[in-house]
Structure formats: C-alpha cells, structure tokens
Write a protein that binds this ligand. Sequence first.
Ligand SMILES: Nc1ncnc2c1ncn2[C@@H]1O[C@H](COP(=O)(O)OP(=O)(O)OP(=O)(O)O)[C@@H](O)[C@H]1O
Length: 293
Amino acid sequence: MIAVKGLTRTFGDLVAVDDVTFDVTDGLMTGFVGGNGAGKTTTMRMVMGLLAMHGGEVLWNGAPITAAERRRVGYMPEERGLYPKQKVLDQLVYLGELSGMTASAARASVTTHLERFGLEDRAGERVEKLSLGNQQRVQIIAALMTEPDALILDEPFSGLDPQAVDSMADLLREHTARGIPVLFSSHQLDLVERLCDRLVVLAHGRVVATGSVDELRSGGPELYRLTLDGDAGWVRDLAGIHVHDVDGTTALVEPDDAGARRALLEAAVSRGDVLDFAKQVPALSEIYREVTA
Ligand SMILES: Nc1ncnc2c1ncn2[C@@H]1O[C@H](COP(=O)(O)OP(=O)(O)OP(=O)(O)O)[C@@H](O)[C@H]1O
C-alpha cells in the first residue's frame, strides 16, 4: 500500500500541494480528481520521487518508500515521453530493459500488451506515425509491461476512444484483482464513477473529499423529489421541510426527519395525485461541484 502523508509542495508563493494525505490501498482502484491546477500531477510526481517534497512523506507498506520500490511502480507521466523516431516494439523493449527486464521478457510482455490494445500490426512503425490515441496506448503499455507492484497513472484515459477505454479499464481491473494498488487521475467523472473503488478529490492543492462514490453520495443532504398532478408551490409552507427547488408540479425537498417526510407525503396525497416521490441520489458530478466550489 502507498500512503501519502502531509505531502506539501510550493512553487514560489504558490502552495501547489498543501498537506495532502490519502492511501492507495492494495487491490483498490483509487481515482484522483480535481480541476486544472488542483495539484494532481505535482502530487504524483512527488510520490514517484521526480519532484522534491517540501513537507510530508510517502510510505510503502508503512515505511518510507525507497528508490528500488519506486522503480517497481508503473508510472505514466502527464508529459508523454516517447521517442517519435523509434519503432514501437523497439522502444517498448528498450524501456522494459531500462526497468530491469531481459530483452526476451520485455519482447514477450510487449507483444502480449500490443495484442491487448489491437496494436500488434503497428509494432514495426515509428511512434510518430501513430495517431495520438495509439501513442497513448503505447505509453500505457510502457507503464504496465514490467508487471509493476503498483500503478500511478496521470490521465491514462485522455485521448482514448471508447473501445480503448474499455480495454484500459479491463487491464486496470486485472491489476487490482491481483491485489495491486492503482491510482489514476482523470477529468472524466463518469469513468471515475464507473471504475473507482475510492476517490480522492483535490481542490487548490488540498484534499476536499475522500471515500467511495457511495460514501461521498451519502454524505450530502437527503433529498426527495415530489411530483404532483398540480402546482407544488404549497410545499414551501410546510414545517420541517427545506425546499431546494420548486418547478411547477415538481419539488426538490429536504425533510428534517422521517416525521416531516411522512407529513409531506400525507399532505400531498390529501391534495390530489402523487405522481412520483423518490429519494434523489446525487450524481458524482454534483458532489464534485459541491466539494470543489
Ligand atoms: N514547475 C512548476 N513551476 C511553477 N508552478 C508549477 C510547476 N508545476 C506545477 N505548477 C503549478 O502548481 C499547480 C498545480 O499544478 P498541477 O499540474 O499539479 O495540477 P493538476 O491538478 O495536475 O492540473 P491538470 O489537471 O491541469 O493537469 C498549478 O497552479 C501549476 O501552475
């Protein structure tokens, strides 16, 4: 498990990462989300030892992470570092060898991964001839091919078509199923919601929310949507009901307690037909807007 404790980094007057603490737990997919400039890349680079920390520490299974342990982490940087002139297979085998693999093991792993991403017929092409999405796939293979002990991926899904997103998601799930901790950053909240076991939400360098999607969803107010066959404006006059919105025949309300909720429903039934009354589960995007506001 990777534990980030009190990580801090400044650039001049800017505190880019401010006392950031979270875990990347074995076998779980942790999504790292936050707006542009929130500090995700800076945090990941410090975890990988590519940028000096100004405070805090990074632990691997409870002890400060060593250089050797960091080499066992598959990392996909934000700035993609491929050599445009080199052929895909040669480049990946070279990167594998740099990470300590033998040439034959690297070649076998690369071949398997190229097939997974449907790139086997591109192995002999120069990287610069690939589309951006395919270059992205090659970059991902570079992070995965060494059978790493953990994965830290900066925007691994950006630029991928839906089919490649699915291949990538399956691959990451295979890693977590083997107990490997995975941290990835993304702006695609629908993907994060679908894939992640846990979320770390960053805003202005600080962690503003952590937990599973369900935990984050249940942390907010308990809202109900009431739809009537007539105007719903009268709900504003009910005691114990905080009205969030009324739009014609529909009201979004937050009852103080179960008694207020029952009274609301009884009042609604006594006035006519109740077409719908349901608890509202907020979308991750709504929670995200709330916590990063
Ligand atoms: N080398 C640097 N020198 C000065 N400022 C920097 C440097 N690297 C990052 N920053 C600043 O630190 C803040 C955090 O940047 P960072 O790249 O970590 O954010 P991010 O969450 O990854 O954003 P994005 O989603 O846009 O990639 C930003 O304000 C950025 O401008």
